[in-house]
Design a protein around this ligand. Structure first.
Ligand SMILES: [Zn+2]
Length: 347
């Protein structure tokens, strides 16, 4: 992008009273064989706990992403194969889910939730979330590792398109993807490999899935057993490098719960406090620049599902604290203007 860009734009004070919005699709349950290791129940449990413990959070049902939206990051042939159920047995195995109409619908809704979160964040809320999503192993033409479509890839391209329509004078929107799931964001890295308007950062376990990693703009590989202090130090260095190399107008944060020490697949040793410090650091980094941030939950495969959900509830608690801080220093709108750009069916 040309030098002299005006991004990052300040968050508009117009919608300073907007609540934090979060979008869910957990009622679209995909049928899995018994004993399947994907923790489907986690999503409904997260929504249940957020509703009970964080009343400041405004939750709405996700709309499905359209074919046109998906095609911003996926090939028409792959979108059609998912829609029609013509995925090969090998393609379904690589995704890790058997195809069903519910699987296809859930995949669209999961992307749709991230799209709505991005619109809310960009539309004045500053911060918004998807209760699922973070499907970073999906490539343009195939799914992988429990990921059908790549929500951050579709969202980056859609926000750039919508931004270009309304903010031509500001130049193209630049998106930073901060992927802190314990697994590398291989699909995302590949999709944006030749796109310098999107910066892909991935901090992940060196010895973890995917075993063939794709080069991100910045990859940080962590050893097995990495603890809070080493992780936070690595994150600090990574954000400093991102700052040196890129100036985003939107941050997409993949707040994976799987670096937690209680995770079955993670191989790292982060505590609840360490993960909360991680979330705080990323949100603080975006907050200081006044860059809108949308986040998604990514992986979490705790021996105890409640521990995974606890990590994610903590992420939302931190997000609400940052949002309140922003509201406290931003004057309230004189006219009581309300945001109208996002869907909020079940708020
Ligand atoms: Zn993961």
């Amino acid at each position: 992008m040309a030098a002299g860009t005006q991004w990052p734009a300040p968050i508009s004070p117009l919608h300073a009273n907007a609540p934090v919005h979060a979008y869910y699709a957990d009622h679209f349950v995909l049928p899995l064989p018994s004993g399947h290791r994907f923790p489907m129940a986690k999503y409904a449990r997260l929504r249940e706990r957020l509703a009970a413990e964080l009343p400041g959070l405004c939750m709405g049902e996700a709309l499905p992403a359209s074919n046109g939206e998906l095609a911003l990051a996926h090939t028409p042939a792959y979108i059609e194969a998912v829609a029609s159920g013509s995925l090969s047995a090998a393609a379904q195995r690589e995704i890790g889910f058997p195809w069903s109409p519910a699987m296809a619908e859930r995949a669209r809704r999961s992307v749709g939730a991230t799209l709505l979160a991005c619109r809310a964040a960009m539309g004045g809320a500053g911060l918004a979330a998807n209760l699922a999503g973070g499907t970073h192993h999906a490539y343009a033409d195939k799914g992988s590792g429990f990921c059908v479509f790549n929500d951050f890839a579709v969202a980056s391209r859609l926000m750039q398109t919508e931004h270009a329509r309304t903010q031509r004078a500001r130049g193209p929107l630049r998106v930073a993807i901060v992927d802190l799931d314990v697994h590398q964001g291989n699909g995302t890295a590949r999709i944006f490999a030749h796109d310098d308007s999107v910066f892909t950062l991935s901090l992940h376990g060196a010895k973890n899935f995917p075993f063939r990693k794709e080069p991100s703009d910045l990859d940080v590989e962590l050893p097995d057993g990495c603890d809070d202090a080493a992780y936070l130090e690595a994150l600090e260095r990574a954000l400093e490098e991102l700052d040196r190399r890129f100036e985003p107008g939107l941050v997409l944060y993949l707040a994976g719960a799987d670096p937690h020490e209680g995770d079955r697949l993670g191989r790292l040793k982060l505590s609840f406090d360490g993960l909360e410090a991680r979330d705080r650091r990323v949100m603080d980094w975006a907050w200081r620049k006044r860059i809108p941030l949308a986040f998604a939950m990514g992986g979490g495969y705790g021996h105890d599902m409640e521990a995974t959900v606890q990590v994610q509830v903590n992420t939302y608690r931190t997000a609400l604290q940052y949002h309140q801080r922003w509201r406290a220093v931003t004057p309230a709108p004189a006219t009581g203007a309300t945001p109208t750009r996002w869907h909020n069916a079940a708020a």
